[in-house]
Design a protein around this ligand. Sequence first.
Ligand code: IPE
Length: 260
Amino acid sequence: MQKLALVKLGGSVITFKDKALTANTGAIDGISGALVQLDMPVIVVHGGGSFGHHWSVQYDMHTKPAPYDPHGVAVVHESMIALNQIIVNSMIKAGANPYAVAPCMFTTGHKAIAAKVRQLYEMAKANNVIPVTFGDVVHMGGRKYSILSGDALMSIIAKVLKPSRVIFATNVDGIYRDMKTRELVQELKSARRNGDPVEFSKTAGADVTGGMQRKVREAFKIASMGMDVVLVNGLYPERIVQAAHGEVQTGTVVVKKGRK
Ligand code: IPE
């Protein structure tokens, strides 16, 4: 395990999911201010929200590799670059050193190019550069493309780097045991995943990669590789800072396999 915070900024935090192509700049600036405080190597992954998902839905593009409309490929990718630029510029303004990295630079298909992933860590460790990558449409060979979600990227990166902190920031406080009472599950043991009465919030707006359920699935996957995974509300950026320091007051920890 290496000292590294791997942080996913969900589309529900960084965009207004029900307003096409609209970034939540207030939330992004808040998170940039939090990330710059972290005294450890950081890698950021962000989702698509009302940017990537908006066009993916319009062009009927999904995670399944298929010969999607190439114009759809162009506009989905462009929208993700546009959102990435907003985030990167916000981080620069906050005094951080972000470095935009499209996922095709360190993956092939949906698999890691391990040496390139390790290079991201090198950059983060050597001089406080924060690689900022994102869910995107990626080439799968021939005419086929696929949506590679930011959540899937979290597993891909975590598997290679084994970060000491894996954090998913969404627009909810964590996983609710009961949606009505908003009772939070503080710790979720991976072994009990099928038995645990967990409800999933219906995310507003369109989502081609599976919303909260997908996040939890990736969180379990990462926990089964031996890392605790924390889900926090990114609209309270200080919770990201706390989670990176190993303190979770309001949030859910998906406990790594093997920890009692
Ligand atoms: C989606 O990434 C990327 C595209 C649709 C191109 P995510 O699935 O990780 O996005 P959010 O966080 O759920 O919005």
